[in-house]
Ligand binder design. Structure first.
Ligand SMILES: [Zn+2]
Length: 87
């Protein structure tokens, strides 16, 4: 059995590019009552519309915690021995 220990290798960090997960997931939380809008994949518009409607129905609820979730992937860079295993 051959064992290799790689002390240092070049890696690159970037946005997830595989199909499947959305590029971004948007959501928001009303800071007055804690109500959270259902998350929206790849578009903030449904979340923005919800916040505007929520304030329209509850005029004292005007502050939101806006959240955007994105996905990253670390891949072997040029010269990294793991690069040959990436498909
Ligand atoms: Zn609220």
């Amino acid at each position: 059995m051959t064992r290799s220990i790689i002390k240092a290798a070049e890696w690159a960090l970037g946005p997830e590019a595989v199909e499947g997960p959305p590029q971004a997931v948007y959501s928001a939380l009303c800071m007055a009552c804690g109500t959270e809008v259902p998350a929206s994949d790849d578009s903030p518009e449904p979340v923005e519309a919800w916040a505007l409607k929520h304030t329209g129905l509850n005029p004292a609820h005007r502050q939101y915690k806006a959240m955007v979730e994105t996905y990253w992937r670390v891949t072997p860079a040029e010269g990294n021995p793991y690069r040959e295993f990436d498909v």
